[in-house]
Design a protein around this ligand. Sequence first.
Ligand SMILES: [Zn+2]
Ligand SMILES: [Zn+2]
Length: 273
Amino acid sequence: MEIITLGTGSPIPSPDRAGPSTLIRAEGRDFLVDCGRGVQMRMAAAWCSAPQLTAVLLTHLHSDHITDFNDVLTSRWIMSPVPSPLTVIGPVGTQRFVDRTLAMLADDIGYRIAHHDDLNEGPVIQVHEVSSGVVFDDGVVRVLAEPTNHAPVAPTVGYRFEASGKSAVIAGDTVPCEGLSRLVAGADLYVQTVIRRALVEQVPMQRFLDILDYHSTTETAAQTAAEGGVGALVFTHPVPAPQPGTEQDWLDDAAALYAGPVHLAVDLFSLTI
Ligand SMILES: [Zn+2]
Ligand SMILES: [Zn+2]
């Protein structure tokens, strides 16, 4: 199983980091978790196109994690030679979000159907709203979800991918919680969106300080990794974006609490387990 952090940014625009999205490649299947800013540019760099996605999975409906979903949806539709329904798995509210996205795209969908003789219907999206348990299983790859805690954003979910005896968790934005603990228990890899508390606390702006109460920090993510006995920890979506040369500080936060390998992801960082 290969895990590629396609985009490792946050709501704050960055020249180097696309919005949050992660690609999981397992046994010939491609799963996309979240669709942040520029997701398809990073997918192209990873030799992945929308028509080949097995499923799109959303952790939650914060804008930074979904802003380019419409681009994935449209590309899937117009690049597939025959109708190819897109499976979208997400928390309760995902169906409403998809319906609204299709409404936003109604003009474009109309233009293309009118122009192309071989395009006679709009995009077909099969939405599965999930909260806990097995959310995908084709006998080769299994995906489980658990509720996470990103309150007041709710509901939110994290995902655990299992194939060939290996497991990888893509947690999304959350503080430590029971669902997250169940998800990471014994996983080979745990990917967590993080903030660095010491840096966030230095910014004298309440709207920025507010993010402290609903994200894992470098420290709490390391604690979750240690308690879950995971094989390796990946920090993604680091806030604020690390200044060049300070990367080791982020890893040192974790090293005191978790003995396994820790990585601070950049866009297109890849790990195979
Ligand atoms: Zn986020
Ligand atoms: Zn969020």
